[in-house]
Design a protein around this ligand. Sequence first.
Ligand SMILES: C[S@@+](CC[C@H](N)C(=O)[O-])C[C@H]1O[C@@H](n2cnc3c(N)ncnc32)[C@H](O)[C@@H]1O
Length: 267
Amino acid sequence: MAAGTWALRTGLDLDTVNVHLEALEAAGLLGITEEDGRATVWLPERVAGLPVSGEWEAVPDADWHAQWKARLEPVEVGSLRIVPPWKARPHGEGSATDGGIDLIIEPAQAFGTGHHETTAGCLAALCELDLVLASVLDVGTGTGVLAIAAARLGAATVVAVDTDPLAVAAATDNASANDVRVDVRLGSVHEVHGRFDLVLANLDTATLSSLAPALVARLAARGALIASGVAVERRSEAVAAFAAAGLPVWDRAGGEWVVLVGSATGR
Ligand SMILES: C[S@@+](CC[C@H](N)C(=O)[O-])C[C@H]1O[C@@H](n2cnc3c(N)ncnc32)[C@H](O)[C@@H]1O
């Protein structure tokens, strides 16, 4: 058996495991799959002290790749379908028949395959907006999934920033795979000038709260904000930060994670 790949078969669903993504990534996470509501965490070695537990199984490398690829299901949100490159339909197919848009996202390079509730929630909110000719800023772009969705939904200019160079590389590659123009930059909201019709920010509560004034300052006169990464129990902290920055926000129906939306017209 080729050494090097271990499957940790948890009894937990994907959202619960995703809460511990940071610790799993620090342990060398290769990927996460879900079958029948139970997530399997794939790692290069057996690791002690992880925040999730389950049964360990050594898997030959070739098997792991095949299993992981086969099990990674596309995610459908509104008119969008997020697919890995090996499950993408030929260009244009799908849009003509069912009105859907395929977003090709290479997984396991950065956060943002659509499987997490925060990404899916932001995408659902995006689908409800008319983005034709809009200008969009995506702060914390990860794989670029939200920025690419905005571009595919008709936005004229899309700027995406991330403080992680790996995310910048992933988002740049994914934008090119989807044949859309996204200006991907290393950094954060402070490095971006101008105002945007839509500001996206799927971060974490502390970062979102500290960046709230800068995010609100980037909104055009009737601009909209879609923000997430906020666990439901920390909702009031993020809402208060945006209120203090002059933008009332409210949340869309969600589960463990909240998607906050706001409109600069309400200021
Ligand atoms: C939860 S992921 C969101 C990825 C993607 N936008 C999505 O919705 O799935 C958050 C991303 O924000 C980036 N990030 C963290 N702090 C940041 C900051 N202060 N400014 C910009 N990006 C940041 C991380 O590197 C990570 O890629």
